[in-house]
Design a protein around this ligand. Structure first.
Ligand code: URA
Length: 225
């Protein structure tokens, strides 16, 4: 369901999330095929996970085929989730350092994780139209955040998706690792290179660099309490 576009701070049309979404026919058809080939996979649009009233919202790209798409929880079972959950635990947001499955008992406290695109895309590459179509879910998620909440975009696509969902001009907010910007409505956007296997294996993103961003977020969070 597409809701009114007049809510506070969002320009993108907001949509109420449903795992029955079929708005992108390419992704819906792809998921239908995955359900046939992998009947034990979640293989639906993956819901956000974590604290319903977070101080930090993390925005990834899209579920990985054999990770979030299998388990039904963002970054769970994905290589990219290893560093993410380890860091969330180190900074006090996760009750465990390793995220195994949707029913492993791990809880996020003060943090929530979502994705710019909720369905696993073929070859891990969503199209621009798919990112735009899914943006209504992100817009609804952002609308519900308390002013002052930190929003951490993992990678350039998530960064642009957050800006679009907030109705901000992308040209005014350049993506850069550890950059941060105030957003309309009192949110604050933080950027990090995505914690993907490629980025961590090539050294584009090190553990120290990732923790640097969480330190920035923590400093910001403490400064407003
Ligand atoms: N798994 C997710 O849920 N999101 C990503 O961006 C990568 C892996």
């Amino acid at each position: 369901m597409v809701m009114a576009t007049t809510g506070r701070r969002q320009a993108a049309g907001q949509k109420a999330f449903t795992t029955a979404c079929r708005d992108c026919s390419r992704l819906a058809d792809f998921l239908a095929g995955v359900r046939v080939e992998q009947p034990d996979y979640f293989a639906r649009p993956v819901p956000s996970f974590g604290d319903p009233e977070p101080r930090l919202l993390i925005v990834g790209l899209a579920p990985g085929m054999h990770g979030a798409n299998r388990t039904g929880r963002p970054f769970t079972g994905d290589y990219a989730g290893i560093l993410l959950y380890q860091t969330l635990h180190k900074f006090g947001y996760a009750t465990r350092p390793v995220s195994v499955s949707a029913d492993d008992g791990l809880e996020l406290r003060g943090a929530r994780i979502t994705n710019a695109v909720r369905c696993v895309p073929p070859e891990n590459k969503p199209t621009g139209d798919e990112v735009r179509s899914c943006n209504g879910y992100l817009a609804a998620e952002l609308r519900d955040l308390a002013p002052g909440t930190a929003v951490l975009a993992l990678g350039g696509i998530a960064h642009k998706a957050v800006l679009a969902a907030c109705g901000e001009r992308a040209s005014a907010f350049k993506f850069a690792h550890a950059a941060h910007y105030p957003l309309s409505g009192g949110l604050r956007l933080f950027d990090s290179y995505h914690c993907s296997r490629y980025n961590t294996n090539t050294g584009r993103l090190t553990e120290a660099m990732f923790e640097q961003v969480f330190e920035l977020v923590g400093r910001y969070d403490r400064s407003r309490s």
